[in-house]
Write a protein that binds this ligand. Structure first.
Ligand SMILES: Nc1ccn([C@@H]2O[C@H](COP(=O)(O)OP(=O)(O)OP(=O)(O)O)[C@@H](O)[C@H]2O)c(=O)n1
Ligand SMILES: C[C@](O)(CO)[C@H](O)COP(=O)(O)O
Length: 220
């Protein structure tokens, strides 16, 4: 079955701050986004790579590709107002039937095992996401004076790639946007469909703050 991945890199990176958008920051000498694309190409060199970037950054990305000799074939879609809108723009370039993953451009440390298990299970279950255990105690906060410990086994941390049959993801993204759509699973669930969980890898962090960049330098 044909495979696609939509790599979303259309955000503003406000929590990271800095001069360069976080997806272009070099980690051990190579921009994060290139490392992310390479992870999917290493999994399957026939996978169709779709990169979502703000219109204003697309020329810069093309320059970086020349500068770094980056030649993996990929198509570019325009970033949108939210992650939801960026995914929807990327999905417009998915033209056939198959399996489509959505992955954050700023998660370069996804393992080959996790990519493979998400795509393998998606063919059977239609909607699959990787999750990891919560490793600290969790409190539910009502107010500064009113909070309580909750059972952490009832919660998981959600990663990407989130992988679906193309039919399911296209139907999901035809819905109206609501702010509760923070990932692709939440969009698919709004159709009333179940989402299947597989084990993620703990290194698959989302580079969100400057602290994460320090961790990234030691993960390579
Ligand atoms: N309009 C948007 C917003 C987010 N993303 C992408 O979704 C992923 C996860 O989002 P996050 O890490 O929260 O990125 P930003 O929205 O850029 O960060 P911030 O909230 O700090 O501005 C990132 O790869 C980001 O580029 C996107 O493609 N389009
Ligand atoms: C999609 C996601 O990476 C799953 O963990 C995450 O929700 C995106 O980050 P955001 O902070 O919600 O934009």
């Amino acid at each position: 079955m044909k495979k696609y991945v939509i790599i979303v890199a259309g955000g503003k990176g406000l929590r990271m701050g800095g001069e360069i958008p976080k997806q272009f920051i070099p980690v051990k000498g190579k921009p994060v986004l290139m490392r992310t694309l390479e992870a999917f190409y290493a999994y399957d060199n026939q996978i169709e790579l779709i990169v979502v970037l703000p219109v204003a950054q697309q020329d810069y990305w093309k320059q970086l590709c020349v500068q770094y000799g980056f030649t993996l074939p990929h198509r570019i879609a325009d970033g949108g107002e939210t992650r939801f809108h960026s995914v929807r723009n990327g999905l417009r370039l998915v033209d056939g039937e198959g399996i489509v993953g959505v992955h954050d451009g700023v998660r370069p440390f996804v393992s080959q095992e996790v990519i493979a298990s998400c795509y393998d299970m998606a063919a059977l279950k239609h909607a699959v996401i990787p999750v990891i255990d919560v490793v600290e105690t969790v409190r539910h906060i009502v107010s500064a004076e009113d909070s309580e410990t909750v059972p952490r086994d009832c919660y998981k941390l959600v990663q990407t790639p989130q992988v679906f049959t193309t039919e399911v993801l296209k139907r999901a993204y035809a819905q109206e946007y609501i702010p509760a759509f923070t990932d692709d699973a939440s969009v698919v669930e709004a159709l009333g469909l179940p989402v299947y969980l597989v084990a993620g890898n703990r290194e698959n962090i989302k580079l969100t703050t400057p602290f994460d960049l320090k961790v990234a330098e030691v993960l390579i």
